[in-house]
Design a protein around this ligand. Structure first.
Ligand code: AMP
Ligand code: ZN
Length: 515
């Protein structure tokens, strides 16, 4: 069912290639092909990394919502990514293995699994295919041989290198003028490199030591370069031309420029491989861009331990456009948790006024489908809705079609709740919107959201009981009792947010430094 592709607002997406928002036309009218650079699994993902996948999930859900099936590939980088993106330093995986004194394969397994668990908790749909770098070494060697044959490589003591002057327009994605590189815009540290921007395709193992991960190749035992793996795996599964390639904005400057150069040299054409190159901006905190190498960073698990529900992080990501910097603090996240609680509370209150029906299961079940278009459930949800509902849904569609303008979409949830539709109509509209937002509004219970820090003196259930008692005392105008309960809650690390309309919300008291 492809009706929504033509029915809705034409989808426009920002293409980093020309820094313009352009109308999106998939190569195949019924299926869009997307490749997303995946995590380097030498450590847990921080919440900045996770932002990158909430972004790709929103993109994918949007395409589904508009009637497109999506073939989505995410890779796992378990070899080849060096401590500097400029192709210098040590392999991050080898370093982690030394530091943790554990086998490198165990490390890769452990952090891959942890990453997949994080995505599931964030309600990010599983990709159609996970592709792991170390499962594709033979493909990479064959690809590198083809590059060698095309005359764009040269060999050094340290391995096989790509000569970036051999493709025209190298670095166009980064808007880096070629002259700048020739003048030494980047510091050259590998002896013998012809140009500062040249990069390793195959890294030969040093004669003095064996790596844990190494393979035989025509250029000696060694390991592939990080940039090589993404060209190889995207082409293998999505073809030499596909629709969209995504990554964080840091990839726009080097990693993706190098992928494009490889793709061009391999195909002998100027086409960069993907038509759209899309990049999410950084998640930042007080100290700047969040990064794994800083050592201290927030993970999803560390937030859950503080009492935050993972979907509050998803909502926080959606509250800022993916191309803007997203500022993170516990305080901001606490605000999003309260917002989510209000939404979930409103949905469950409405559900009590509507007979259970099969369509109500759609929003929850969708999370388990992989690659299928959402057009079908959407048609069921929206069947027979009145004009007011259609109007708000078309506004939602318009904002979404405008390069995924999620911050302008979120207020539409409140508008729907406060509109004049029947409870069932309101719920159907919210369910349809949630196919894209993935906030799991129908499957989450308010009690799931009131997680408490593991060390909290009162459990969430105990807090809820005291909150209800306090509300009763206030309605009976027994303010002394109400204040006593408030003090008791405050002393247990609970902040109460009285609003105009009960039930009032609460959240864990934040450390003073976060306020
Ligand atoms: P890595 O595991 O370092 O290879 O990164 C996985 C993904 O997270 C890549 O798409 C990065 O560009 C992206 N990324 C890294 N740091 C941040 C950040 N602070 N905010 C948003 N995205 C990021
Ligand atoms: Zn990549």
């Amino acid at each position: 069912m492809t009706a929504h592709v033509t029915e809705g607002a034409p989808l426009r997406l920002f293409n980093s290639l020309n820094r313009k928002t352009e109308g999106f036309t998939p190569m195949d009218p019924v299926q869009t092909r997307i490749y997303s650079c995946g995590p380097t699994v030498y450590n847990y993902a921080h919440i900045g990394n996770l932002r990158a996948y909430v972004f790709t999930d929103t993109l994918r859900r949007t395409l589904n919502w508009k009637g497109q099936a999506v073939k989505h590939v995410i890779n796992i980088t378990d070899v080849g990514h060096l401590t500097s993106d400029q192709d210098e330093g040590e392999d991050k995986m080898e370093l982690a293995s030394k530091a943790m004194e554990r086998d490198i394969w165990q490390i890769a397994d452990h952090f891959t699994q942890a990453f997949k668990n994080d995505l599931a908790r964030l309600n990010v749909l599983s990709p159609t295919l996970w592709s792991t770098a170390t499962d594709h070494i033979h493909d990479m060697i064959a690809f590198a041989q083809a590059l060698e044959k095309a005359g764009v490589t040269y060999e050094l003591e340290t391995g096989l290198y790509f000569d970036t002057t051999k493709v025209s327009g190298y670095g166009a994605l980064a808007l880096t003028p070629k002259e700048g590189q020739a003048e030494g815009a980047r510091v050259e540290r590998v002896e013998g490199k012809r140009n500062p921007s040249d990069f390793a395709i195959w890294r030969r193992s040093p004669s003095t030591g064996k790596r844990q991960m190494e393979w035989l190749s025509p250029w000696g035992p060694g390991a592939p370069g990080w940039h090589l793996e993404c060209s190889v795996m995207s082409m293998k599964y999505l073809g030499s031309r596909f629709d969209i390639h995504t990554g964080g904005i840091d990839h726009r400057e080097i990693h993706h420029c190098n992928e494009i150069a490889q793709n061009q040299a391999f195909t002998g054409q100027t086409h960069p491989g993907a038509h759209w190159w899309m990049h999410n901006n950084f998640l930042i905190d007080r100290s700047g861009k969040m990064s794994k190498s800083k050592g201290e960073f927030a993970t999803l698990t560390s937030l859950v331990a503080k009492g935050f529900h993972p979907l509050a992080l998803r909502l926080m990501c959606l509250s800022t456009h993916y191309r803007s910097e997203l500022e993170f603090s516990d305080e901001i996240l606490a605000g999003q948790l309260v917002r989510l609680k209000r939404l979930v509370g409103a949905v469950s209150a409405l559900r009590q006024r509507v007979e259970p029906a099969p369509w109500m299961r759609i929003p929850a079940e969708i999370g388990f489908s992989s690659g299928a278009a959402f057009a079908f459930p959407r048609a069921i949800l929206e069947q027979g809705l009145p004009g007011a509902a259609k109007k708000i849904l078309s506004e939602f569609d318009r904002e979404l079609a405008d390069d995924l303008m999620t911050p302008r979409i979120l207020p539409l949830l409140d508008e729907t709740l406060h509109g004049k539709m029947t409870p069932e109509e309101t719920l159907r509209v919210l369910a349809s919107m949630d196919l894209v937002l993935g906030l799991n509004l129908f499957a989450t219970r308010r009690s799931d959201l009131v997680l408490r820090p593991e060390t909290a003196p009162l459990s969430a259930a105990e807090v809820e009981v005291l909150m209800a008692q306090r509300m009763q005392a206030r309605s009976a105008r027994d303010f002394t009792a109400a204040d006593r309960i408030r003090d008791q809650l405050n002393a247990a690390g609970v902040d109460i947010m009285d609003g105009q309309i009960p039930p009032w919300e609460w959240r864990p008291t934040l450390p003073v430094s976060q306020k």
